[in-house]
Write a protein that binds this ligand. Structure first.
Ligand SMILES: NC(=O)c1ccc[n+]([C@@H]2O[C@H](COP(=O)([O-])OP(=O)(O)OC[C@H]3O[C@@H](n4cnc5c(N)ncnc54)[C@H](OP(=O)(O)O)[C@@H]3O)[C@@H](O)[C@H]2O)c1
Length: 339
């Protein structure tokens, strides 16, 4: 894989082709991820040369993901030193505009609330920076457009935060082209973060070409389809009650079986290239036209090491053709829709 840093739009910030997605560290994909494991996972990413760290205000009900990053970088009190040096060595990406509220009717008893009002954005960013132990984000996204707030108002607040030195570049996530156009007219837009993987490629129809035309970086999330494309899931696997993957159709019944067939079709390609399945999947994702950086989630140093090996994975034309045939045989899988 070409590991040369890639610029985020017109901003002064560049990122490597791989980033650590820090959502699973909050214990919300599956429960049982300890603070110690989360810290070790972030440190393993840095050791492997993965310095783009992606988190959000709502990754954890109490900011567990941001707190783990602050601790791993030695930025928060009670954590090992060298914080300043480590801070400068990473690209810290955060998101604001989504939070959790208690809801006893749900299991787990919480619901996600999209709130893009300027005062809410401002308060979340202050709290996130405190949890992380830093004074600025390198990249700050609006996590999703709030249908109840004109997007120009949210974008305007992000621009003010950038002018105040709280962010070096601004991004928008989970957006349609109409959202992107309105946002970019109100605030310089460096990056757009969207769902993208081998089987969920809706953005190729509109968002990706728009970003390429307008010089906006595209950061891909869910490259491993929440672990499915890591190739460790078994046929008939039951997810525990506190594993959020239970709710997704891609992990249920015939759909799950077809997705596992797809994974099996990729295995010989990885074997021939001498790399793991995750390395193959991430290397393919990072080389797709218009994709700037690929965020893989992980919950242990071992997973990070396996995934970061994608940096050394070189695809050839025969591999690309086998992957194309496997994708065509499986067909597209419905993904998340932009707000
Ligand atoms: N902007 C948005 O709205 C948005 C939405 C979703 C995600 N994101 C970002 O994108 C990142 C990536 O998405 P994601 O973390 O949800 O999904 P993902 O990267 O597709 O999958 C991550 C999961 O895959 C499993 N995994 C990873 N490496 C593995 C390996 N080598 N072997 C076996 N299993 C492995 C882990 O499962 P276990 O937990 O079972 O270990 C992990 O939780 C997030 O962390 C977040 O930063 C953004």
């Amino acid at each position: 894989m070409n590991a040369t840093p890639r610029p985020l739009g017109e901003s002064a910030v560049s990122v490597g082709p791989l980033g650590l997605g820090c959502w699973p560290l909050a214990g919300m994909t599956r429960a049982g991820v300890t603070h110690e494991a989360a810290v070790a996972t972030v440190r393993a990413a840095l050791d492997a040369g993965v310095t783009h760290l992606d988190t959000a205000y709502c990754y954890g009900e109490r900011g567990e993901s941001e707190r783990a990053i602050g601790a791993a970088l030695g930025l928060t009190s009670g954590t090992a030193g060298n914080g300043g040096r480590r801070r400068d060595a990473v690209v810290l990406a955060g998101k604001c505009g989504i939070h959790w509220e208690p809801d006893a009717a749900l299991s787990p008893p919480r619901r996600q609330v999209v709130d893009g009002r300027p005062e809410r954005i401002r308060a979340e960013v202050e709290e996130s920076l405190r949890r992380l132990g830093t004074d600025r984000f390198d990249l700050l996204y609006l996590h999703a457009p709030d249908p109840a707030v004109p997007i120009e108002e949210s974008a305007g607040e992000l621009q003010r935060l950038m002018a105040a030195g709280k962010a070096r570049a601004i991004g928008l996530s989970n957006a349609s082209v109409a959202n992107l156009e309105r946002f970019a007219a109100a605030c310089p837009l460096a990056a757009c973060q969207m769902q993208f993987n081998m089987l969920q490629r809706e953005i190729e129809a509109d968002v990706l070409p728009w970003c390429m035309r307008h010089g906006v970086a595209v950061v891909a999330y869910w490259p491993l389809m929440k672990g499915l494309l890591a190739g460790k899931m078994r046929r008939g696997q039951e997810f525990p009650a506190d594993d959020s993957r239970r709710k997704y159709p891609i992990f249920a019944g015939a759909e799950f079986a077809r997705n596992l067939d797809f994974v099996d079709a990729l295995r010989p390609v990885a074997t021939r290239l001498g790399c793991t399945l995750t390395a193959l999947v991430l290397a393919w994702t990072a080389e797709q036209p218009g994709i700037t950086s690929v965020l893989f989630g992980a919950t242990s140093p071992e997973q990070v090491a396996e995934n970061a090996a994608a940096l050394a994975c070189e695809l050839d034309d025969a591999a690309r053709e086998s992957i194309r045939i496997a994708i065509a045989a499986r067909g597209p899988v419905a993904g998340r829709r932009a707000v």
